[in-house]
Design a protein around this ligand. Structure first.
Ligand code: NAD
Length: 367
């Protein structure tokens, strides 16, 4: 019997609430499909600070290193907002985790079911079938990590800040491969987003992506778009995209815009894949909901568990090779939601259920 060894980092506020539900779903499918779960839970984010004095405590990193994947909740919130920026839960836990495991590829599905189109700020007639796109964002390069990065007091009395954007061809090629793999399982279309009319890094990005696709994936339809236009097109007509491929900062902004056009953050999952392989020879990855810790609804049993449950499905697919089980979870979430069982964020003014009842409906649909 296959045993899945993964680290569970629930995080803060609604993090532990929705994680409990994702684990219930995993326990259920494990029984149905005949595999075992061997997970351990560790503190991260604010919980790390409160229990170990650090957002990313050493025992948590050790547990992750000994695991085949990380199922992550979300971190941060008002309790820790007064800490210096470099000790804040998000910056001091998530960024170092990404760097430590070279989690260079962020895969974020932008999925809006037809039945939920009223949750989108976009006019219904522009998305009659809902939305189904994927954003592939490079996660460990670009302006967030480039050096030098500093603020200097100038002799003239002014203050100057510098961030540096750096990309290597090798970094661009490895994220292009992820876009190719994703597009092959979808409609075989990739739109690469850059700012090649202004930025050197984007010129290299475009040249490298073009050559990579020509050599390794001639069957995939590749197009290019400037980021300012992409931001506009995502709102005008999101389904013109199949797979969006882009660099770190553009992806940060576009993937949040995509989450917004898809309605509730409570429905969107994400996978961050590393260069390393796990003990099964599959990609080591971190799987987390697109949203944050939702302090406004924490502790009330109102949070939508779907994003966390769908993140667990991504973990089964990418890090454990359990495609059928992953797809079954995705179908069960869709069936539960379309049957009318909905948490308040997607109830569109209608009747709503709490976190646990939403999960019960998903489990009931796991056939
Ligand atoms: P948020 O995503 O937590 O919340 C934004 C809105 O979406 C809120 O109204 C919230 O109630 C709603 N929402 C989010 N997830 C939901 C869910 N599962 N079910 C129902 N509603 C949901 O964003 P925020 O309020 O800007 O941030 C709160 C905290 O989360 C901050 O400390 C922020 O730094 C942190 N954060 C963490 C991550 C992460 O860990 N990856 C990501 C984003 C924000």
């Amino acid at each position: 019997m296959q045993t899945l060894k993964f680290a569970v980092l629930p995080g803060d506020y609604i993090g532990p609430e929705v994680m409990t539900e994702a684990l219930r779903v995993l326990e259920h499918v494990a029984k149905q499909d005949g595999f075992a779960l061997a997970y351990e839970i560790a503190h991260v984010g604010g919980a790390g600070i409160d229990n170990h004095g650090k957002a990313l405590p050493a025992p948590t990193v050790k547990l992750c290193e000994a695991s085949d994947a990380i199922l992550f909740g979300s971190v941060g919130g008002p309790k820790w907002e007064k800490l210096p920026p470099n000790q804040q839960p998000e910056r001091a836990a998530l960024l170092p985790l990404r760097k430590h495991f070279t989690l260079f590829a962020n895969i974020r599905p932008g999925l809006l079911y037809r039945e939920l189109i009223d949750a989108s700020p976009i006019k219904n007639e522009r998305i009659p079938e809902g939305i189904d796109i994927v954003c592939i964002r490079e996660l460990t390069g670009g302006i967030y990590f480039g050096q030098p990065k500093h603020t200097t007091e100038l002799p003239c009395g002014d203050t100057q800040a510098v961030d540096t954007k750096v990309y290597r061809k090798s970094e661009i090629k490895r994220i292009a491969q992820v876009a190719v793999d994703t597009a092959r399982a979808r409609k075989k279309r990739v739109c690469s987003v850059d700012k090649a009319n202004v930025l050197e890094t984007s010129v290299l990005w475009r040249k490298t992506v073009t050559a990579f696709f020509a050599k390794h994936a001639p069957e995939i339809e590749l197009s290019h778009m400037y980021v300012d236009n992409a931001a506009m097109q995502l709102v005008r007509s999101p389904n013109q995209f199949d797979v969006i491929l882009t660099e770190n900062m553009f992806g940060d902004i576009l993937s949040d815009e995509m989450a917004c056009v898809c309605g509730s953050l409570g429905m969107l999952s994400s996978a961050s894949l590393g260069t390393g392989k796990n003990s099964l020879g599959l990609p080591f990855g971190l799987y987390e909901p697109a949203g944050g810790t939702a302090p406004d609804i924490a502790g009330k049993g109102l949070a939508n568990p779907c994003a966390q449950i769908l993140s667990a499905a991504l973990m089964l697919r990418h890090s454990f090779g359990l495609e059928k089980t992953a797809a079954r979870i995705e179908v069960a979430v869709r069936r539960a939601v379309t049957s009318g069982v909905r948490t308040a964020d997607i109830a569109l003014g209608g009747k709503s259920v709490g976190t646990r009842a939403m999960t019960d409906a998903i489990i009931a649909n796991l056939t």
